[in-house]
Design a protein around this ligand. Sequence first.
Ligand code: IVH
Length: 674
Amino acid sequence: MTSSEVKQKIEKLRQLINKYRYQYHVLNKLEISEETLDQLKYELKKLEDEYPQFIAANSPTQRVAGKALSKFKKVTHSARMLSLEDAFSEDDMREWEDRLKKVLPSKKWHYFAELKLDGLALSLVYRDGVLVRGATRGDGAIGEDVTQNVRTMESIPLSLETYRDSSRSMISRMLQNKEVEIRGEALISKKGLINLNHTQTEKGEKPYANARNLAAGSLRQLDPKIVRDRHLEFIGYSLLASDGVTQHHEEHEVIATLGFKTDPYAKICKNLAEVFEFHAHVASIRESFPYEIDGIVVSVNESDLHARAGVVGKTPRASIAYKFAPKEAITKVNDIIIQVGRTGVLTPVAVLEPVRVGGVTVSRATLHNEDEIRRLSLKVGDTVIVGRAGDVIPDIKKVLIELRNGHERSFHMPKKCPVCDKSVSSDARGIIVRCTNKACPSLKRERIYYFVSKKAFDIDGLGPKTIDALLDQGLIQDASDLFGLLEGDLVPLERFGEKSASNLVGAIAGSRKISLPRFLIALGILHVGEETALDLAEHFGTLDRVAGASEEEILKVKNIGSIVARSIVDFFKDAHSKVFLEKLSDEGVIVGKTPKRKPGKLTGTSFVFTGELESMSRDAAKARVRELGGDPSETVSRETKYVVVGVSPGSKYAKAQKLGITVLDERAFLKLVE
Ligand code: IVH
C-alpha cells in the first residue's frame, strides 16, 4: 500500500468503527457483532502502530485509557454552569409562572419539558469539530478538566459529524463553528449499576449505593481505566454557541444530529396543564427508564425570552426543576397491629404517624412477618424511614436506632387470633402464622371480598363496604347467600336506593354463569392463584373432575407441586367446602367447561410479566400467550424463558436481570406474539 492508500484505509476504518459505535452506544442497536467491531478496532490499531503519522485525535483508538493523573487541572467555563430552582407541586409551578409573567410582561411563550436526569453535569468543548475538553461543573465558574476520562465514554463522539439526516442549514453552520460546547448529564444506567455491583459482591466488596454517586465518583477518578470499566454514559441537553437556534427544543435536535444521545421523551408544552400531564407521564415511566430520573426540567422554549428573563443568583429564571415527590420519608411507628387475611395469615402492620411519601399520605406499612420485624430490629415508638416503590404498599426501610429515647417497646406475634381469639399455628420455620379457625369472622369476610373480586366472580358494585353491611345485618353468612338476595333486602341498607339495589341484584344474577378458572379462583383454595386455576381447568376440564381428583392425579398437572396438590385435595375433602359447593349449585351457579389447550408456537415457553403494558392489559397479554400454547407465570425462576417488562416494573425485573433471563420490552413481545 502506498502511504496515501494507508491513510485512506485508516480513514475508512475510523468512519466504519465510528458508525457502529454510534449505533451501539447512542442508538442501542448494533448490526454487527461486538466481536466483529473489536476486530475492526484491532485492524485499525495495527495500521496506526505502523503509521503513527496518520493517528488523528478523533481516532477510535484514542479512546484508550491513558496514564493516571496526579490531580485534575482547573478550567474556567466559557459561560457559568448554572443550577436550577426546585418545584415540588403544581402550586409551586403556578407561582413560578406568575413570576415569569411579571418579568416578561405581555409576552407569550411555550414550555419545553424534558427529563431531569439524575447524574452530574458535564461540559464538552469541540474545537474545529474535535473534542478537546471535558469538564465537571465545579462551582459553576471553575470546574475540573476530566478530558482523559471523557474520552473513554463511548456515547460521546470524538468529533462532530452529521450522524442523522437533517435538512437544517444550522447543522452545517454548527460544524464550521470554531468552538461548540455541549452540556449534558453523565450517568450510569440502572443496569450498569446492577452489573458493577455484581462484580463488587463477587470480589467480596461493598456494593455501591446508587448510580448517581457512582457516576460522580467515577468521573472524578484520576485513573481513566477505572472510568472506562464503569461504562459511564452521556445524554446531551444544551448547546452553547447556538447561533441560528431560536428555541430550546432545537438545541436537542441539533445535539442529536451531531451524534449524541438525547432525552427521547422531551416535548413542547403549550401551557402548564400540558406540563403537568407530562410530569405525570414521566412519573409513570420512571421505573422502566434505563437511567434514574428525579423529576422534569421545564424551560421557556423561546431562547430570546429565556435570555431576557435573566438569572437570579445561580439559577436562570426561565427554567425550573419540577421534582418528583420523594420516595422515602421519616416518621414514627405509633403501634403494630395484626391483620388477618383471607387465608388466615396474621400479618403485622405498622401504624405510622401519617406522612407524605411518593405524593400520597401513608399511615400504614406492612411488616410482612415477625422475621422482618427482627431483621429491622423494630420496636413500637421507633423513628423509621418509610419508602414506597412504584405503587406498592409502603414498607419500612430502616429503623433510626440512634433516635431511641428508652420508651420504645418490643413486639411479639400473638399466640391467639386477635379477631376470634382461637389459637394460631405457625409453619415449620415459624415465619407464617395462621389462624386455625375456619369460621374466624375475619377470614369469612376476606373470603367474600375475594369471591366477588375482579379475577373471580367480578360482581360490579359489590365492594367491601356493602359486604360488611350485609354481614353485619346478618343478611349473608357466606358468599353463596349473595345469590339469594332480593332488592328489598338491600334497600334499607345505608347508601342504597331502589335503583342501586336493583342494579346490584342484576349484577349478582348476571354472574351466575362462570368459567371454571374463575370459579376455582373464587373458592380461595390455599396456594391456588390465577395461573394454577388455569392449569387445573385446562387439565381436568370440569369442576367435578377437579373436585374428584386424587393427589397423584393433580401432581400430573404442570407447574403443580405436592404442597399445592395437598391443599387442593384437602379443600375438596373438607365438610365445610362440600356444603358451600352444594349451596352454590342450589343457588343456580353454573360452572363452565374448559377445553384443552391447543399446542402453538409458544408451547413450552414460560413468560412472566411485570409493569404495565401500553397497548393492552396484562391479562390480555397473558391470554395471548396462552392462545399460542405458552405459559404465563407469576414467579421468575430459572425455568422462565422471557420476562416482559412494561412501565413501572417491580422486583421481578431485577430478579430477571440477576438470573440473566431474557428481558423483552413491549415491542419485542408484540413481535413475538404477532
Ligand atoms: S438544564 C441551568 N436539563 O440538574 C442549568 N439540567 O440543578 C441548566 N439536569 O446541574 C441545566 N437533567 O446537571 C438541565 N434535562 C436537563 C437536566 C439537567 C439533569 C441537572 C444538571 C444541573 C442540575 C440542575
